[in-house]
Design a protein around this ligand. Structure first.
Ligand code: NDP
Length: 448
C-alpha cells in the first residue's frame, strides 16, 4: 500500500468536516483538516447559531409589548444593537474555541490555510506545500449567491449581516427563502423598516402552502412590506449615502441596506476538482454516491457542497456516516427522507414529511387534519396572531405523511413529532395519546 502523509485530509472545518474528521480520528485514522477562515463553518460562525441568538434578541420586542397585559410596566425600554451584536460575536468566539478544542482533543491536525486538490491523493496548501492522503474529504460548504446586477457590490449577505456597525433604518432583503424571512423578522422586531423583494410570488418554496400564506399574512400585519415578481435592475448610492434600488415591475426604493438572501451555491470554484477528475453537477455541486464518494474513489464530499439538503444536521449525519463507513468498518448510508426542518421567522415554521400538495400528487386520496388556534398567551397579550397545525395522512391506512406547524415554539414541538412521522405512526396513535393541558403542543393529539 502506498505511503501517505495522512489517512484522511479534510478540506473545510464546518459542521460536516469537523464531525467526519474527529470521528475518523477516533477510529484510529491520522487526520488533518484545512480551514481558510474559522473552525466551525457557516452554522457556527455566520449562520444558524448567531442567527438564532438574534432571533431570541429580537423576540424581546414582542415580549415587552405583550408583558403589559400580564401586569408588567417597563418605563424605559431601549434596544442597543451593538450590545447584542458584540455578545453574539463573543459567543461565536467561544464556540469557535470549543470546536477547535474538540478537533485537537481527538488528535486532528488543524491547518489554518486554504487547500486545493491537486490529484486523487494530493492536496496543495496555501503556502505551496503539497501533502498526500489516502482519502480526501471535501466539506467546504456553500456561499451566498448574489444575482448579477449593476451595483450588487453595494449589498451585503448573511456573511456580513452579523457585523453591521449600525442598525439600518430601512432594509431591503432580496429573496423569499429561509434567510430572507428569518432576517425580515429579526430586523422588523428591532424597529427597522423591512421590504422583502422576491423574483417570484412564492415565499419559502417547498413548505406547505397554508403555512406560507399564514406567515405572509402575519408578516404583513407586523409591518413587513413585500414586493413580488421583481428582479433587480441595479443599486446605486445616492449623494446622502442611501441606496437607491431599481427593479422590474415596481417603483424604485430607497433604503440604507440591501441584504442578498437569494440562495447559496456550492463552494467548489478554484478547488482543483475538475483537474483531479471529479464530476461536478449543476451549480458546481459535487456528485457523490450513497456513501459520500465521488467518481474518484479516494475523493469524497459531505454537506452543502453536495447541494442535496443544505442543513447543518444533515451535514453532520453525512460526516459521521462517511467516517464510520471508511474508518469504522461500518458502512452507513444517510437517509434523506423525512428530514424535519424549521424557519426561525416571527412566528417560526416547522415541518416534516410531505406537504398537502405533494401528498395529493403521490397518494391521490389523503386526509387533512388541522387546528387553527390562537395560543393562550397571545389571547391574554391581545396579540392577534393565530397558529396553524396541519397533519397530512394517507387515507388508506391513516399513516401520517407530514406535519406542518406555524406558531410560537413550533420547531421545539416538531422535533418529537418528527420521530413519530419517521417511524410511520398513524393519526390513531396520536389520538390515543393523552394531551398535556394547557399547551400548544396538545393540539397535535386533538386534531380534527
Ligand atoms: P433559499 O433557497 O431558502 O431561498 C432563495 C430565495 O432566493 C428564493 O426565494 C428564490 O426564489 C430566490 N432566488 C434564487 N436565485 C435567485 C436569483 N438568481 N435572483 C433572485 N432571486 C433568487 O435560500 P437562502 O439564501 O434563504 O438560504 C440558503 C440555504 O441555507 C437554504 O436553502 C437552507 O437550506 C439553508 N438555511 C437554513 C436555515 C434553517 O434551517 N432555518 C436558515 C437559513 C438558511 P424562488 O423560490 O422563486 O426560486
Amino acid at each position: 500500500m502506498a505511503d501517505y502523509d495522512y489517512d484522511l485530509f479534510t478540506i473545510g472545518a464546518g459542521s460536516g468536516g469537523v464531525r467526519a474528521s474527529r470521528v475518523a480520528a477516533a477510529h484510529g485514522a491520522k487526520v488533518a483538516v484545512a480551514e481558510e477562515y474559522r473552525v466551525g463553518g457557516t452554522c457556527v460562525i455566520r449562520g444558524c447559531v448567531p442567527k438564532k441568538m438574534l432571533v431570541y434578541g429580537a423576540h424581546f420586542a414582542e415580549d415587552v409589548q405583550d408583558a403589559r397585559n400580564f401586569g408588567w410596566t417597563m418605563e424605559t425600554c431601549r434596544f442597543d444593537w451593538k450590545v447584542l451584536r458584540d455578545n453574539v460575536l463573543k459567543d461565536v468566539d467561544r464556540l469557535n474555541g470549543l470546536y477547535t478544542q474538540t478537533l485537537e482533543n481527538h488528535g486532528v491536525e488543524i491547518i489554518p490555510q486554504r487547500a486545493t486538490v491537486s490529484g486523487p491523493n494530493e492536496v496543495t496548501l496555501g503556502d505551496g506545500r503539497k501533502v498526500t492522503a489516502r482519502h480526501i474529504l471535501i466539506a467546504v460548504g456553500a456561499r451566498p449567491l448574489i444575482p448579477e446586477c449593476k451595483g450588487h457590490e453595494l449589498g451585503i449577505t448573511s456573511n456580513e449581516v452579523f457585523h453591521l456597525d449600525e442598525l439600518p433604518r430601512r432594509i431591503l432583503i432580496a429573496g423569499g427563502g429561509y434567510i430572507a424571512n428569518e432576517f425580515a423578522g429579526i430586523f422588523n422586531e428591532f424597529g427597522t423598516h423591512v421590504t422583502i423583494i422576491n423574483r417570484s410570488d412564492t415565499l419559502l418554496r417547498g413548505y406547505d402552502q397554508s403555512l406560507r400564506d399564514r406567515l405572509l399574512q402575519i408578516s404583513v400585519m407586523k409591518g413587513i412590506d413585500f414586493r413580488f415578481n421583481a428582479s433587480f435592475r441595479g443599486i446605486e448610492k445616492t449623494e446622502d449615502g442611501c441606496l437607491r434600488v431599481s427593479m422590474t415591475n415596481h417603483d424604485d426604493l430607497e433604503v440604507d441596506c440591501v441584504l442578498f438572501a437569494t440562495g447559496r451555491i456550492p463552494n467548489t470554484e478554484g478547488l482543483g476538482l475538475e483537474a483531479a477528475g471529479v464530476t461536478l453537477g449543476e451549480r458546481g455541486a459535487i456528485a457523490v454516491d450513497d456513501y459520500g464518494t465521488t467518481n474518484v474513489p479516494s475523493i469524497h464530499a459531505v454537506g452543502d457542497v453536495t447541494d442535496r439538503v443544505q442543513l447543518t444536521p444533515v451535514a453532520i449525519r453525512e460526516g459521521q456516516a462517511f467516517a464510520d463507513t471508511l474508518f469504522g468498518d461500518k458502512p452507513t448510508k444517510v437517509s434523506h427522507d423525512c428530514i424535519p426542518s424549521a424557519v426561525f421567522s416571527h412566528p417560526p415554521i416547522a415541518a416534516v414529511g410531505l406537504t398537502e400538495s405533494e401528498a395529493r400528487n403521490k397518494f391521490g386520496t389523503i386526509k387533512i387534519y388541522q387546528s387553527d388556534f390562537r395560543p393562550m398567551k397571545n389571547v391574554l397579550a391581545g396579540r392577534n396572531e393565530r397558529s396553524l397545525y396541519k397533519m397530512v395522512c394517507n387515507a388508506a391506512d391513516g399513516r401520517i405523511l407530514g406535519i406542518h406547524m406555524i406558531g410560537p415554539d413550533s420547531p421545539e414541538i416538531m422535533q418529537a413529532a418528527a420521530v413519530a412521522v419517521k417511524v410511520g405512526l398513524t393519526k390513531d396513535d396520536f389520538d390515543a395519546t393523552v394531551a398535556i393541558h394547557p399547551t400548544m403542543a396538545e393540539e397535535l393529539v386533538l386534531l380534527k
